[in-house]
Design a protein around this ligand. Structure first.
Ligand code: AMP
Ligand code: ZN
Length: 495
């Protein structure tokens, strides 16, 4: 059943530039397509920001009762180095440099991507289609675009004809770019291109002799253009029109404008009702990006092996840092920001220990819990405003601290409601992991044992053998054996 709260959900639609009420095309179902990674290298934290943001959206829509079909593709062919359809295929290039098969490159970085998404405790999409697995669908899409008159073939390649399209339709709906201005700004400098206009984009590219990834097509051996895979795969799994199409803001132009043009050429409609774009994660004030060597990988943050940060940070802290900004705001990564997030997250997550120790009674609470819960939902309903939600959560922590020092009163039924709401918001919606990072867990266990060994050694020095024996015996009961050599102690954990 769809929650009553769903009627208040507002989503910022990039195509109208406004927050709009969310009304799905089919009453109970939501189709969501998010442009996934090009699996030619490790996903950096910027990529993760986008996918973590859509994970929250997926979780919240599901919580509201919608049956969500979340499709996120893997680009494993067709993404060329340059946006003007020139340069090597990113996967092929990596395969050449690393002396691997292209599909080995794809496999390696797909596994890496999944591991990272798992570390961040994100829920896998329902379908994760690959471009290379949908060549037939893409060829069919091209045939339709040619027959609608918006594409032309030249020397074994097929291009989308933007000026023809613009005679009856409008290219650039998302970015707002005007085709006439674009045409004035760019020229085919050496005249070597097969394109009628530099703005035309490739639907199919002829494979040159050394191009390993190629398929047969009505236009000869080649491979599909990057923009086409999302059009063909979103249609296959979500239909001609679906609810949400997402990706990073850098994909608005040309990728998403091209997707809209392709769908309009094939089916006569914009494929998505709501276009959602996440803003960029920056490092040193510049977009985090592989191509300009301005990036950090999640694992380098988790193990502290990097030249940017003073210490290691766990996935929950990094996720908290991401959620402290709204998904449509730019967010800059820095040591200072992560240190602050670590402190903030620790304070927030310690709320469960705090709640356990609090005394409650049957008197009226000095806090309107129902109002607070409503406010939390309002923030989520306001275009998934996570920083405002976090502020609400901290408001309640402040109240609980007041209860702790005896200046505020807490009713026992409110105490339960607060505890349930925190669990639900932190773990189910924001998706923080309940398990400590394995290494942190292991480290803190070791630190605790070492602390006990130190206390025991002090006790022995003071000839308090009762205490020192008690510590040794209790540790032994827990399966931890101290190896005494008189002055110092090491320990072993017995299996
Ligand atoms: P790519 O593998 O480059 O195609 O990117 C995969 C996804 O990550 C796309 O949705 C991009 O928009 C997004 N993305 C790339 N760089 C960043 C960044 N610095 N911050 C946030 N999202 C990004
Ligand atoms: Zn895409």
């Amino acid at each position: 059943m769809i929650s009553n709260l769903a009627k208040d959900l507002k989503i910022y639609n990039s195509i109208s530039g406004k927050k709009e009420s969310f009304i799905p095309i089919e009453k109970n179902n939501v189709g969501m397509y998010v442009c996934g990674p090009t699996v030619y290298s490790n996903a950096h934290l910027g990529n993760c920001r986008t996918f973590i943001s859509f994970d929250l959206i997926f979780r919240y829509l599901t919580h509201l009762g919608f049956k969500v079909r979340y499709v996120r593709n893997l680009t494993d062919v067709g993404h060329l180095e340059n946006e003007d359809d020139t340069g090597e295929d990113k996967i092929s290039k990596k395969a050449r440099l690393e002396k691997l098969e292209p599909m080995e490159v794809v496999q390696k970085y797909t596994i890496d991507f999944h591991q990272i998404m798992n570390k961040f405790n994100t829920i896998p999409p329902n379908i994760e289609p690959t471009a290379s697995g949908h060549i037939i669908e893409q060829i069919e899409s091209i045939k339709k675009i040619i027959s609608s008159g918006y594409a032309y073939e030249k020397n074994g390649s097929v291009y989308f004809d933007i000026s023809e399209f613009n005679k009856s339709k409008k290219y650039g709906k998302l970015s707002g770019r005007k085709i006439e201005e674009m045409m004035n700004q760019s020229r085919d400098l050496d005249g070597s291109s097969d394109k009628k206009n530099p703005q035309d984009f490739a639907l199919w590219k002829k494979a040159e002799k050394n191009h390993i990834m190629n398929w047969d097509s009505p236009w000869g051996k080649g491979f599909p253009g990057w923009h086409l895979e999302c059009t063909s795969m979103s249609k296959k799994y979500l239909g001609e029109s679906f609810d949400i199409h997402g990706g990073g803001i850098d994909l608005k132009f040309p990728h998403h404008d091209c997707e809209i043009a392709q769908s309009e050429a094939i089916d006569g409609c914009n494929p998505a009702k709501y276009w959602m774009h996440t803003n960029m994660l920056t490092l040193n004030g510049k977009k985090m990006s592989k191509s300009v060597d301005n990036f950090i990988l999640p694992f380098q943050i988790f193990d502290g092996q990097n030249k940017i940060l003073s210490k290691k940070f766990d996935p929950n802290t990094v996720k908290f840092f991401i959620y402290q900004a709204h998904y449509r705001s730019i967010l800059d990564l820095s040591d200072k920001a992560l240190l602050a997030s670590e402190k903030g997250f620790k304070k927030l997550i310690s709320v469960f220990n705090l709640i356990e120790t609090l005394k409650s009674n049957e008197n009226k609470s000095d806090f309107n819990v129902d109002n607070w819960i409503t406010n939390c939902y309002e923030k989520l309903n306001d275009d998934f405003n996570t920083p405002m939600l976090i502020a609400e959560l901290f408001d309640c922590v402040k109240f609980l601290n007041g209860v702790n020092i005896g200046s505020k009163n807490l009713n026992s039924s409110d105490k339960n409601k607060i505890s349930t709401t925190f669990k639900f918001m932190l773990f189910d919606i924001l998706g923080f992991s309940q398990q400590l990072d394995e290494k942190t867990d292991h480290n803190s266990q070791k630190e605790l044992i070492e602390l006990l060994i130190k206390i025991r050694s002090n006790a022995r020095n003071e000839k308090n053998f009762k205490l020192s024996d008690e510590i040794r015996n209790e540790l032994l009961n827990l399966g931890i054996k101290l190896n005494d050599d008189g002055s110092s102690s090491s320990f072993e954990i017995m299996k």
